[in-house]
Design a protein around this ligand. Structure first.
Ligand code: CA
Ligand code: ZN
Length: 294
């Protein structure tokens, strides 16, 4: 078992040096920092104490032996253990309600026995999920705060224990990194923070040879998902729906129209987040109808 901690990156890029090399089938623990790089630890702190150069660190990258461009990376999320407190913030001009926020605020939220104690009478069941997870993008350097075809800051509440995430591979070794765990986050992430927590994420890595995908996809116990990110929410929706339509045509031997009707009858279009530099949505189809994506 490999454990990786302390090796932070603030962008995803093929130019980063890998921390180490793992192999197909290996299990790895990523010890991640929260999206503020653990700088906020008390409700008495203010946002201007924050060093904005150190936001959204991911831990990694790891080089996966045998992973080559045009293969697909399967990351099975085995377990997510969160720290005993989380941080939330409200910041003027940030998020869906940002223009109504008058002053910024930091809130430390104790996490006790699987609940985030927002107030003594408002206990939120923890549903830990990974906000940032991805590989080196096709070209350039993409800040960890931005989602895209390489994964990144998708803030997808379904990237949780028990799910398998599929990522396209653009470069040898894939260069997997992750961070930004939330103890809980509602779809949309309205105020731009989930309950931000340091965490220990245990994953299993597999390389699917000879299968190429153009964007991240996900399977959990109940659904298969396509995931799309775009500056324009409508375009993200179109991409997620058309990718799933194609999968339904292929796997279930349906015409374009039939696949679309099936999507219309049972497919759920869901928000991941609507507040990051690109918006992320997912299109879900029950596994009772589509057993598997591949
Ligand atoms: Ca995030
Ligand atoms: Zn976050």
């Amino acid at each position: 078992m490999y454990t990786i901690s302390n090796h932070k990156i603030y962008s995803m890029s093929q130019n980063h040096k890998p921390v180490f090399t793992v192999h197909d089938g290996d299990e790895i623990v990523f010890e991640t920092r929260d999206c503020f790089d653990n700088q906020l630890t008390s409700s008495d702190q203010t946002m201007d104490q924050l060093d904005w150069e150190h936001i959204n660190p991911a831990i990694g990258p790891v080089f996966i032996e045998g992973a080559a461009s045009n293969d697909t990376l399967k990351v099975s999320i085995l377990d997510i253990q969160v720290e005993s407190y989380g941080i939330m913030v409200a910041v003027p001009d940030n998020g869906v309600l940002g223009k109504l926020v008058k002053t910024s605020e930091v809130r430390k939220i104790p996490i006790v026995d699987g609940y985030a104690v927002f107030r003594e009478d408002l206990k939120i069941p923890c549903k830990p999920m990974i906000g940032v997870i991805g590989v080196a993008p096709p070209k350039g350097e993409i800040p960890c705060g931005t989602p895209g075809e390489h994964g990144g800051n998708m803030d997808n509440g379904k990237i949780a224990a028990g799910a398998a995430l599929y990522l396209p591979i653009f470069h040898d070794g894939a260069m997997l990194a992750m961070g930004d765990v939330h103890a809980a986050m509602g779809d949309g992430e309205i105020m731009v923070s989930g309950i931000e927590v340091p965490a220990k994420i245990k994953v299993k890595i597999e390389v699917i040879k000879g299968i190429s995908i153009s964007a991240p996809m996900l399977e959990d116990a109940d659904y298969c998902y396509t995931i799309a990110s775009h500056e324009d929410l409508e375009k993200a929706i179109f991409q997620a729906a058309s990718m799933m339509n194609e999968i339904l045509m292929d796997k279930l031997h349906l015409s374009f129209n039939e696949a679309g009707m099936l999507l219309s009858a049972v497919g759920n279009l869901e928000f991941c987040q609507v507040v990051d530099p690109k918006r992320t949505v997912r299109m879900a189809v029950p596994r009772t109808l589509l057993k598997t994506l591949f």
